[in-house]
Every structure is written in structure tokens, then in C-alpha cells.
Design a protein around this ligand. Structure first.
Ligand code: NAD
Length: 499
């Protein structure tokens, strides 16, 4: 069995804590490798390497840093197939979907290539007599990212792309469940010309996370994962004086108005609900048809569409989705299905007990559909993160609008309609951070920013885009006056103003 290593100072470094975590192949259910779990001393080693490397990296002009990002983008494209297969073999998502995971991260790298422009400050000439004012953006120093299992390429790149391009050194603590792609990304960054030590990957669990949160040299922490841990990381990091942004869980709703193109909406929602086995924070696991007629028609179409779904191993080019990430997660999803039944929801299609011939031990869950789910049910209130679609029938537009607004999570939401006025009102009033209008997965493009509301996001700056640049840099504002040679004015003891 392979034993994975950390990546510190541009090199593979064996774990020394003596603790390891199993890495499974979800297709077969077998352990395929083990990842070392770092202790505080190993984390400190990475931070010291990063601190050493950061000064020289930040001193390069931004165009030279951008060139490394350009080359990294080229290498990502060159290695796309290899990376996607590796990603699928640990995560379980189908290879085409893994390519999408890498591509969305690559787009953030493209954005980071614009760093000479992105870091430009502002300038005011003649803000007062002989006075000019300007601002600069400077890197923070050593910063860290803690990432979830479900996007092992995209989310690390959301973070280290802008952080490194702006002149920081980065410590990545990826998910211990699929740790190999983050290591390959770091190796490719070195190949692209990044000085050793600027990007370090340290595997670990809570011990490594706490070591990051408590390390005085780490100036900022970016986290993506489940909400309870997001809140914990936010609290502990902020209490230690760090800049922190934490993205949490989700339960995204798709509202279907009676005038929507139902066939198109069903096609869109099938991919959004079941793609990647529902293991996306922008998945659409709740559908809200407005009116009885819409609900009846929609249910019929979903049942037919589910019958055509192909669940398969992640290397199956015809599979719509593959296994979920672990046996524990499979058991958790199935327990939520049982909870829905116990709470009185109508189980229309039951995905429990799904067995794929030839992969009997794989972590597969069949597509599941519930109807007549109600807001009081725990299975509705909590995130399931599996291939489970829940229909919550609404009688009116107002009721449909209130459901995502009142939910504890506020990551994404979508409305399907032909009525521009209704869509506009929905987008303006809904209490959710990212809204799709006839768009099922409204993940903003790389030059906007990503972030949810309520328990889906802690902190005030979003991921990537301009917010990413702001998060990883601090502003300095310089007010300058040069002596003109004229007579020196009298001393003044009042606050200076620009009269
Ligand atoms: P997770 O919260 O279990 O793990 C996230 C990270 O936290 C991992 O690196 C993990 O090692 C670490 N961690 C785990 N337990 C910890 C603890 N007790 N203390 C400190 N750190 C700990 O999340 P996951 O299962 O890997 O990912 C799925 C979750 O992430 C879902 O809730 C999903 O909605 C969410 N997610 C959110 C977004 C977003 O942008 N809002 C994006 C992707 C995933």
C-alpha cells in the first residue's frame, strides 16, 4: 500500500507523527493508500519554510509572479487527464466531472494571471496643497487554506491562486480523504517555476487545523467545509487575531413556477441534484414546485428521468454519477433517507441498497426522490450531501420564496420561470448569497466571487475574484507632501484638513 507524504519546501516529506488516515477507492471500497496526519511540529516546519520563501517571492515584480501562474495553467491543461483520473480514483466522481473540478480551479488561476493589474492601487494627485495620496496592496505573509473532500482541485486553487499570485506563501491542509491531487498541484507549481517553500501541502485532521489556527506566523486562514467546523475555525482563528473566511454547508432550493419550461427545468435539476452523487455545496437537493399542477407534472417527469440514470464506477464514460466518498458517508445518507420516511415524507424512489454488479463493495447510493417533504422535518433542515432530491410543495410564490429565505443555510438558490418580473423580485428578496435564474448551479465565474449567507458563510470576504485579492492583501495608504521651499507655516494643533 502506498504511504503518501507531505510536500514541504518543494519536496516530499514523510510524516513523523506516527498517525495516518486511510485513503479509499470508493469504487471498490478498498483502502488504496494512507495519508500521514501532521502534528504541530510538522506544521511548524512547513510554516518556517513558507516564511523563508515568502520574502523573496513577494519581492519579485508581479509580472514575474504572473508568469509562474501562466505556466501552471499550461501544465494543468497538459496534465488534465492524469489529474482527473487520480481525482476520480479517490473521490469517486466520474472522470468528466473531475475535469470540470480542475477546469473551474484553472479559471481562478487564469484570473490570478492578472495580478499586476489586480494589485494596482489608487492615486490622487493634489489632495491638498502639494499633497498626493496613494494606496498599495501588500501580501500578508504566510497564509493557510483548509479544504473539503468534494472539490480537491478547484477549492485549493480558489485559495492558493490569488494568495500566491499576490505574493504570499501558502500552507494547504487538504481533505485527508482525497489528498493526492493537492500534492500533484503543488508539484506542478514547482515545475512552473514557483520557488520551493511558497506552496506547502500538509495532510492532517483537527490536530493540524488547530496548529494552523494557533500558529502566530499564519496571518490568514481560508476554510471550506461543513458549517459546524467552519464556525469553529472562524471563532478560533479570529480569537487569535487572524483574518478568517469560512464557507460552510448548504441546502439549495430550486423553485419552479407554473410557467417554467418543465422539461428544461427537470433536465437541469437532474444534473444539479444527482451529479457528483449530490456531493456539491452548490447541488440542488430541494425542489419547490408552485401549485398542485406543477408538482404533479414535475414528479412524473422526475420519476421518468431517474429511471434513465446510470450509476457506475467513476471511470465509466456513460455513468451519470459514481460512488460517494466513504462507507461512513454512504451510511449517513441512508440514515437520512430512513429519517425522511420516519418523518412522514413520501419516498417515491428509494436508492438504498443499491448494488453495482462487479463493484459490490463500492460506496454506491442509488438516486432517491422524496415528495411531500415539509419544512418542519429534520431531513429537510439538515444537509444530506448525497443523491437525494426532496420535493417541498408550495401553494404560492410567496411561500416558495420564504422557504430558502428561512432555511439555516443560504448558499445558492435557483428559480425556473418565464416571468421576468417574478424572477427579478425573487432575486431581490431571497435571503441567499448566490442566485440562479433558469441556471441550476449558479457558481459565479472566476472574476466574480463565491460565497453564501447565513450558516453557509462566516466572515466578510468571499472566495476568489476581487474579494480573494482583498482577503490575501492588506492596503497601505500613503499621504505625501514635498517641501515647496516656501515659508514654513505656523505650528498647528488642530487635526489637519484639506481646506
Ligand atoms: P468537513 O467539514 O468534514 O472537512 C473540511 C475540512 O475540515 C477538512 O480539511 C477536514 O480535515 C477538516 N476537519 C474535519 N474535522 C475537523 C475538526 N473537528 N476540526 C477542525 N478541522 C476539521 O467537510 P467535508 O466533508 O470534507 O466537505 C463537505 C462539506 O463541505 C459539506 O458540508 C459541503 O456543503 C461543504 N462545502 C462547502 C462549500 C462552500 O463553498 N460553501 C464548498 C464545498 C463544500
Amino acid at each position: 500500500m502506498r504511504t503518501l507524504t507531505h510536500f514541504i519546501g518543494g519536496q516530499a516529506v514523510a510524516g513523523t507523527s506516527g498517525r495516518f488516515s486511510d485513503v479509499f477507492d470508493p469504487n471498490t471500497g478498498k483502502v488504496q493508500a494512507r495519508a500521514p496526519l501532521a502534528d504541530a511540529a510538522e506544521l511548524d516546519k512547513a510554516v518556517q519554510n513558507a516564511r523563508e520563501a515568502q520574502r523573496g517571492w513577494a519581492a519579485l515584480n508581479p509580472q514575474r509572479r504572473a508568469r509562474v501562474m501562466f505556466e501552471f495553467k499550461r501544465l494543468l491543461e497538459l496534465h488534465m487527464d492524469e489529474l482527473a483520473e487520480l481525482l476520480s480514483s479517490e473521490h469517486g466522481k466520474v472522470v468528466a466531472d473531475s475535469k470540470g473540478d480542475i477546469q473551474r480551479g484553472l479559471e481562478v488561476i487564469e484570473f490570478a494571471c492578472g495580478v499586476p493589474h489586480l494589485m494596482k492601487g489608487e492615486f490622487t494627485q493634489g489632495a491638498g496643497p502639494g499633497i498626493d495620496v496613494w494606496s498599495t496592496r501588500e501580501p500578508l505573509g504566510v497564509v493557510a487554506g483548509i479544504t473539503p473532500f468534494n472539490f480537491p482541485a478547484m477549492i485549493p486553487m480558489w485559495m492558493f491562486g490569488p494568495a500566491i499570485a499576490t505574493g504570499n506563501a501558502f500552507i494547504l491542509k487538504p481533505s485527508e480523504r482525497d489528498p493526492s491531487v493537492p500534492i500533484r498541484l503543488a508539484e506542478l507549481m514547482i515545475e512552473a517555476g514557483l520557488p520551493p517553500g511558497v506552496l506547502n501541502v500538509v495532510h492532517g485532521d483537527k490536530t493540524a487545523v488547530d496548529a494552523i489556527l494557533d500558529h502566530p506566523v499564519v496571518k490568514a486562514v481560508s476554510f471550506v467545509g461543513s458549517s459546524d467546523i467552519a464556525q469553529y475555525v472562524y471563532g478560533r482563528g479570529a480569537a487569535n487575531g487572524k483574518r478568517v473566511q469560512c464557507m460552510g454547508g448548504a441546502k439549495n432550493h430550486g423553485v419552479i413556477l407554473p410557467d417554467a419550461d418543465l422539461d428544461q427545468a427537470v433536465a437541469d435539476i437532474m444534473g444539479a441534484a444527482y451529479g457528483s452523487a449530490g456531493e456539491r455545496c452548490m447541488a440542488l437537493p430541494v425542489v419547490v414546485p408552485v401549485g398542485e399542477k406543477t408538482a404533479v407534472a414535475l414528479r412524473e417527469k422526475f420519476v421518468a428521468a431517474i429511471a434513465g440514470l446510470r450509476v457506475g464506477v467513476s471511470s465509466d464514460p456513460d455513468a451519470h454519477y459514481g460512488p460517494v466518498v466513504s462507507a461512513a458517508h454512504k451510511a449517513r445518507i441512508e440514515s437520512y433517507i430512513q429519517m425522511g420516511v420516519d418523518e412522514g415524507a413520501e419516498l417515491v424512489v428509494d436508492g438504498r441498497g443499491f448494488v453495482l454488479q462487479g463493484s459490490e463493495e463500492g460506496f454506491f447510493v442509488g438516486p432517491t426522490l422524496f415528495d411531500r417533504v415539509t419544512p418542519g422535518m429534520r431531513s429537510y433542515q439538515e444537509e444530506i450531501f448525497g443523491p437525494v432530491l426532496q420535493m417541498v410543495r408550495a401553494e404560492s410564490f410567496a411561500e416558495a420564496l420564504s422557504l430558502p429565505s428561512k432555511h439555516q443555510y443560504g448558499n445558492g438558490v435557483a428559480i425556473f420561470t418565464r416571468n421576468g418580473e417574478a424572477a427579478r423580485q425573487f432575486a431581490a428578496e431571497v435571503e441567499v448569497g448566490m442566485v440562479g435564474i433558469n441556471v441550476p448551479i449558479p457558481v459565479p465565474v472566476a472574476y466574480h466571487s463565491f460565497g453564501g449567507w447565513k450558516r453557509s458563510g462566516f466572515g466578510d470576504l468571499n472566495q476568489y475574484g476581487q474579494d480573494g485579492v482583498r482577503f490575501y492583501t492588506r492596503q497601505k495608504i500613503i499621504t505625501q507632501r514635498w517641501p515647496t521651499g516656501e515659508a514654513v507655516a505656523d505650528q498647528s494643533f488642530v487635526i489637519p484638513t484639506m481646506r
